[in-house]
Design a protein around this ligand. Structure first.
Ligand SMILES: [Mn+2]
Length: 354
């Protein structure tokens, strides 16, 4: 197991690398290039510079989050082959720089959805929340609210230029249902997994956030059966999962601990996002502090399910609240995530020294 934290790079993250290094137990940062258009090849020299910066600070960068997938691949347009060839090339370049795992998602249009980026908790801390009433409005309104509440930070997967044309994007997906989206995912995996095997990189798909359809969009990474289908679509260890406990738990019907246990045993969880969420009612929730008592997940059971089933991948706390007056990119302040690291490592130590 290797503990990591997400870092948005020197231009976009105001937290210096040495601060991550000073969090006890953190060995690496998870990064990405944000100045390459989705679908284009990530240049070798840019990757080397990014990874080199982390290494110079005494940290690894063996996980990339994310290399996003061009909409044409998800829609299944003829132009997808060019974008897939680019993706294969990016995988080769990342492998050369020592990257081991690539996190990605296969969600149409939006990478994730929250309806409140500054939800105030009783202790005065700020977090992100999702309430169904928040999406009972026009698409444009929903997009505008997310973009306006990002505290001035660019949000990966929420590129204003792309989402400025949200209606056009939706129109492009009008013939893509779950069956079609699944076919397009399989087509993509069949093309990239052999390259991953050749160069020693593992793909790790992130569950849909939330893990059910919103705005009528198709969804194919929602639950245990979807993950099983994906693992079988190309039966290779290189075809794996980023198991995000928060996203999976956003559908209360999902057995989070069972999923963690099964796919750890099957050696398909290469990267774990570990956060707690608090269900408010039905599927409305907010992202709580990490400890069990603040959310709806039993975090000891989460860590135990990973540990006891042989999980040996990368792990990171997921989003954190804003506490102690900190401001910044929603979900990615330093303080609360650092508390999350310490807590998760404490649980790991306890379950591994039994
Ligand atoms: Mn996640």
């Amino acid at each position: 197991m290797q503990m990591t934290m997400r870092w948005f790079g020197p231009e976009q993250d105001k937290i210096p690398l040495e601060y991550f290094r000073q969090v006890p137990g953190v060995e690496g940062v998870v990064g990405a290039l944000y100045d390459v258009a989705v679908g284009e090849v990530w240049p070798e020299e840019k990757i080397a510079a990014l990874v080199g910066q982390a290494q110079a600070a005494g940290l690894t960068m063996e996980v990339i989050e994310s290399v996003n997938i061009h909409d044409d691949i998800k829609i299944g347009l003829p132009s997808r082959d060019r974008y897939i060839a680019n993706y294969q090339q990016t995988i080769r370049h990342l492998a050369k720089a020592g990257v081991k795992v690539i996190c990605y998602n296969f969600m149409p249009v939006f990478d994730w959805m929250k309806t409140d980026m500054n939800y105030v908790l009783p202790d005065g801390s700020l977090t992100m929340a999702f309430e169904k009433k928040g999406i009972d409005k026009s698409l444009e309104e929903v997009v505008k609210e997310v973009l306006e509440n990002s505290n001035g930070f660019a949000l990966p997967g929420w590129e204003p230029e792309r989402l400025g044309k949200v209606q056009e994007l939706f129109a492009q997906y009008k013939d893509v249902d779950d069956v079609k989206l699944r076919e397009n995912l399989a087509y993509f995996l069949k093309a990239v997994i052999p390259v991953c095997e050749e160069v020693g990189v593992k793909m790790a798909i992130h569950p849909d956030d939330p893990p059910y359809s919103i705005f009528g969009l198709p969804r194919v990474v929602k639950n245990r059966d979807d993950l099983d289908w994906i693992c079988n679509a190309v039966d290779s260890e290189a075809n794996g999962i980023t198991l995000c406990t928060g996203s999976i738990a956003e559908d209360p019907a999902n057995d989070v601990y069972g999923i963690l246990a099964e796919f750890s045993r099957r050696k398909r969880i290469h990267f774990a996002h570990v956060r707690n969420i608090k269900i408010i009612q039905d599927k409305d929730f907010y992202e709580s502090a990490h400890p069990t008592q603040y959310g709806s997940l039993n975090m000891l059971k989460v860590i135990q399910s990973l540990h006891d089933n042989g999980f040996d991948g990368y792990i990171r706390p997921d989003h954190g609240r804003f506490i102690w007056g900190e401001t910044g990119r929603p979900g990615y302040g330093l303080y609360d995530r650092a508390l999350g690291v310490t807590y998760l490592l404490g649980l790991w130590e306890a379950v591994s020294s039994k």
